[in-house]
Design a protein around this ligand. Structure first.
Ligand code: SF4
Length: 348
C-alpha cells in the first residue's frame, strides 16, 4: 500500500483525512503541531497520542526521514553546509547562514538540476528527482534541531530550479509560512529562478508576497546563452518582460542576481547595457562574487571590478548590493558537496 506523505499535507487536508479515519478533527491540529512545530521524525515521538492511534496513523501515512550525511562549518563566517541523505538514498544540500537579523536557510528544491548552467555544480551532478514539500521542510527542521536555532528566513536558492518543481515548491511555501507551522513571514522568503517564463506568469496570478529573485547573470542573449541553456528557450527580452509584469501585478520588487564572472560579464560596458535593459523595472540588483566550482572554467571577478560595476548601476539610479561571500572555504555553492559525495559513494 502506498502511504501518504503526511508532512506535505496542509491543515485542511489533514483534517479531512483524520475525519475520514473516524477520528475527531482536533487530532489534526495535534499531529500538525508535532510535525511542524516540534519537527517530529516518527509517529512514536507523538507521545500525547495513544499507541493504538499512532499505529493507525502509521498504517496510512509516512514521515519521510532524512539524515545528516556531512556537515561543514565555515571558519570565516557563520555558515554551515549540510549534505542530507534522503529516504531513497538521494543527496541534497542546504546552507545555513547567520546574519545580523537571524538565520537564513538556503533550501534545495530538487535532487540535482536539469537546467545545465555552466558555472553551477548542481548541473554537473545531473538531475535525479523533484523534492516533496516535506523534504524541503525537513531541511529546515533538521538544521534547527542540529544547531538549536530558529530559522527566520528562507531562500529557495539551493540545488534545483524551484519553478521546475512548481506544485511542490508553492506547497512548501504555504506550509512554511502557515501560522500553525514555522510561521515564517512571506517577506522573509525568496524564490530564485533561472527564468522559466511561463511559470513566472503562472506565479504572478497568485500575487505572491515573497520575493522573486531572477538569476540574470548577463545583460544580453549572446553572453547569457553561453552560460545558461534556459536562455535559448526564453531570451533576455522575454524574461524581462515577464519580470516587468510581475513587479507591476504584485507591487513587489524583483531581485536580479548577477554572478560576477572574471572577464566574462563584468566590464563597465556590461553594467551600462544591464542598466539599459532593466530601466523602469521595480527591482533590486544583487552582485554575487562567484563561488568557484572546482571543475568549472569560470573564476569570480576581482573585488575592484565588482565595485566599479556596482558604481555604474548606482549612478544609473539602481538599488545595488554586493552580496557577502559566504562559506567559500566550505564549497558553499550548491551542488559541490553532493557531487563530491556521490563520487565517494560511487567509489565505495
Ligand atoms: S544555477 Fe540553479 S538553475 Fe542553474 S543549474 Fe544550478 S541549480 Fe540549476
Amino acid at each position: 500500500m502506498n502511504k501518504t506523505d503526511i508532512k506535505s499535507m496542509n491543515m485542511e487536508e489533514l483534517r479531512a483525512a483524520v475525519t475520514e479515519m473516524g477520528l475527531p478533527s482536533f487530532r489534526a491540529a495535534q499531529i500538525y503541531r508535532w510535525l511542524h512545530k516540534t519537527g517530529a521524525e516518527s509517529f512514536d515521538e507523538m507521545t500525547d497520542l495513544s499507541l493504538s492511534l499512532r499505529e493507525k496513523i502509521g498504517y496510512n501515512f509516512v514521515i519521510f526521514s532524512s539524515s545528516i550525511e556531512k556537515k561543514l562549518i565555515s571558519e570565516y563566517n557563520d555558515t554551515v553546509k549540510y549534505l542530507f541523505r534522503l529516504h531513497d538514498g538521494e543527496f541534497i544540500e542546504s546552507v545555513l547562514m547567520k546574519y545580523s537579523y537571524g538565520y537564513t536557510l538556503c533550501v534545495s528544491s530538487q535532487a540535482g538540476c536539469r537546467m545545465g548552467c555552466s558555472f553551477c555544480a548542481s548541473a554537473l551532478g545531473g538531475f535525479s528527482r523533484n523534492l516533496a514539500a516535506s523534504e524541503m521542510l525537513a531541511q529546515i527542521y533538521s538544521a534547527q534541531r542540529d544547531m538549536s536555532i530558529r530559522v527566520s528566513h528562507i531562500v529557495l536558492m539551493g540545488m534545483g530550479e524551484p519553478l521546475d518543481n512548481y506544485e511542490n515548491v508553492t506547497r512548501f511555501i504555504e506550509l512554511a509560512s502557515s501560522e500553525e507551522g514555522l510561521n515564517i513571514g512571506m517577506r522573509n522568503i525568496s524564490l530564485s529562478t533561472c527564468g522559466i517564463v511561463p511559470k513566472i506568469y503562472e506565479l504572478m496570478k497568485t500575487k505572491p508576497q515573497f520575493t522573486l529573485s531572477v538569476s540574470l547573470h548577463a545583460p544580453n542573449d549572446v553572453l547569457r546563452s553561453e552560460i545558461m541553456p534556459v536562455n535559448k528557450k526564453w531570451g533576455v527580452e522575454e524574461l524581462l518582460r515577464a519580470c516587468r509584469e510581475y513587479a507591476k501585478v504584485t507591487s513587489r520588487r524583483v531581485s536580479f542576481e548577477y554572478a560576477m564572472i572574471d572577464s566574462f560579464n563584468d566590464t563597465p560596458e556590461n553594467a551600462l547595457e544591464l542598466a539599459g535593459r532593466l530601466r523602469g523595472i521595480l527591482c533590486h540588483i544583487n552582485l554575487i562574487p562567484l563561488n568557484e566550482v572546482r571543475e568549472g572554467e569560470y573564476k569570480g571577478s576581482p573585488r575592484d571590478r565588482v565595485d566599479a560595476f556596482a558604481r555604474v548601476l548606482s549612478e544609473k539610479g539602481f538599488a545595488v548590493t554586493v552580496r557577502r561571500r559566504l562559506g567559500a572555504d566550505i564549497n558553499a555553492s550548491c551542488g559541490q558537496l553532493r557531487r563530491g559525495n556521490s563520487a565517494a559513494v560511487a567509489g565505495r
